[in-house]
Design a protein around this ligand. Sequence first.
Ligand SMILES: Cc1cc2nc3c(=O)[nH]c(=O)nc-3n(C[C@H](O)[C@H](O)[C@H](O)COP(=O)(O)OP(=O)(O)OC[C@H]3O[C@@H](n4cnc5c(N)ncnc54)[C@H](O)[C@@H]3O)c2cc1C
Length: 467
Amino acid sequence: MKLDSHHIDALSSLTDSKGIIREEDKVSYLTEWRKRWPGESPLLLAPGTTEEVAHIVRYCHQHGIGITPQGGNTGLVGGQMPHGEILISLKRLRQVRDVSPLNNAMTLEAGVTLSEAQSAAKEVERLFPLSIGAEGTCQIGGVISTNAGGVNVIRYGNTRDLVLGLEAVMPNGEIWHGLKALRKDNTGYDLKHLLIGAEGTLGIVTAATLKLFPQPREMVTAFAALPTAHAAVDLMALMQDRTGGLATSFELMSQQLVNLVSTQFENLKSPLETQAPWYALMEFSAGTASGLRGVIEDVLSGAFEKDLLLDATIAENETQSGQLWQLRHNAAPAMASDPASAVKCDISVPIHRIPVFLEMADEIVKAHTGHGRIIAFGHMGDGNIHYDVLGPEGADQSVFEAGRPALQRAIHDVVANLDGSISAEHGIGVLKREELKIRKSPTEMTMMQAIKQALDPKGIMNPGKLL
Ligand SMILES: Cc1cc2nc3c(=O)[nH]c(=O)nc-3n(C[C@H](O)[C@H](O)[C@H](O)COP(=O)(O)OP(=O)(O)OC[C@H]3O[C@@H](n4cnc5c(N)ncnc54)[C@H](O)[C@@H]3O)c2cc1C
């Protein structure tokens, strides 16, 4: 919508001068990570307090003005990009309000970055376990609104499992004070779960109370070359069984991904000489220094005897562990730097069905593209695979581009047949909005629309996203 100057002046007066984003700074807010959905907005605001956010939202509610909330702008489905709405950046809500090691909880404002949240926990010798590749930039409000996953979900759960309470500005401008630090609160509907994963369509998260955990005393990082994806599933089950569930991460990477990362980043290489179709990056942790490394060595040897792995190495120290993780964390940047990067599927299926998914999806890619290049990797411990397809090398990319929707749809059909999800962790945004309507049942769509209508009857919160 075109916003007249009267509204622009009125909205600008609801925050201080630091809260009005200058013309020359706008481009970084209106360009998203993959440069796919250029944003457009008549006014970009960065209010400095929850109250300022509330005043702005109340004004928008009264005048039917659309709002797009934005955190660190690392979302991968276009949810944070305005298309005519005003943009509200939460970057100035930066306070760590409270950290309580005794209650294992901390309360932070929405604009604190994920890595700052991890540091706040570390300062009191606690762990905030959420960890994703974008953690230096993404913000607490953003990770909550996308229910971010990441590399430690197998042990600690998604963001949804880590939130105790929320403070949010609702679409009518009222502040919801829901910052409870309780593990038990059985008083009817658990309202925080409506806002978690809502992608800014039901209100603006301004602060959150998050769970903390004891810091592990021993950590072991291992890297293994695997003969098949079936072997990866069996290896993970074996490792979990023998360690009593001490895995914090189990990341699967195809040979194509490892090669791509090594090509894009010269200093990043597989630590193993052995070439294999699949690699697993595994991390285990224990609360006491308990000889975990010896256990992992034994289990890996046993797995070798059973032909579940071809080769493996264990990091000797934190530096080596960090190098192994660099290989994994640079998967998304390596993919982003390939200009032909095309079909991107962020899917989940039950863990034991991952090999079947990969086989069926590979067949589909072959049938649709001939020699389309498949790059598969992901958080295997959560059944989450990032299955990306690049156009055949040297082929006419416009032909590949034209077939992209049909290919994506066919891969998602496989996911649906395996009782999976077409969005494991990145959300719906604008990217998967049309497909959501096909994949959710009419009952589910009606329930979601009813919630949206009840909380945001004027449809001002992040219009054109998710629903
Ligand atoms: C290199 C890289 C690696 C990544 N790895 C992972 C991964 O492992 N797991 C994973 O889950 N995701 C991953 N992501 C995706 C992304 O980082 C997450 O979705 C993250 O949670 C987004 O946070 P943000 O602060 O950047 O939010 P933004 O991108 O700014 O916004 C995302 C959505 O949340 C809404 N929003 C933002 N802040 C608020 C708020 N305060 N209140 C209400 N709505 C709000 C926006 O409107 C938008 O719909 C990765 C992205 C990159 C670039």
